[in-house]
Unconditional design. Structure first.
Length: 119
């Protein structure tokens, strides 16, 4: 056995020890609740695609463009929210950022209502 093989095996053993040390407290099993939530998410996703198919049949290919535009808006809004969270971490929701950056109460109410109804 050469020195290179020994170094490689030592590196693998050290990596395995590091991984085992960081996996403490985790278990590799899923409970009934997790499996149910995954199933519900799959059913909702399928329903959204079926509903979009029926709308696509009625509206035509322009609906794909509308989905693309809405997806881009959602992406950029969530990207901006991620930047905001990294810049100023807060334990609240959109309302806490509205309170901090918008002084007017109607705008804070609007942010809170749209956040809660969008879920």
């Amino acid at each position: 056995m050469s020195k290179h093989d020994t170094d490689t095996s030592d590196q693998h053993a050290a990596k395995r020890r590091w991984l085992n040390a960081h996996e403490e407290g985790y278990h590799k099993a899923m409970g009934n609740r997790q499996v149910q939530m995954i199933a519900i998410g799959g059913a909702i996703g399928t329903g959204l695609f079926l509903g979009a198919g029926a709308r696509l049949q009625m509206a035509g290919p322009a609906l794909a463009l509308v989905y693309l535009i809405c997806g881009l808006f959602s992406f950029f809004i969530l990207r901006a929210l991620g930047e905001l969270v990294l810049h100023r971490p807060s334990s609240g929701s959109f309302v806490s950022y509205a309170r901090e950056f918008w002084v007017r109460k109607p705008l804070m109410l609007l942010a809170g209502c749209t956040s809660s109804t969008g879920r």
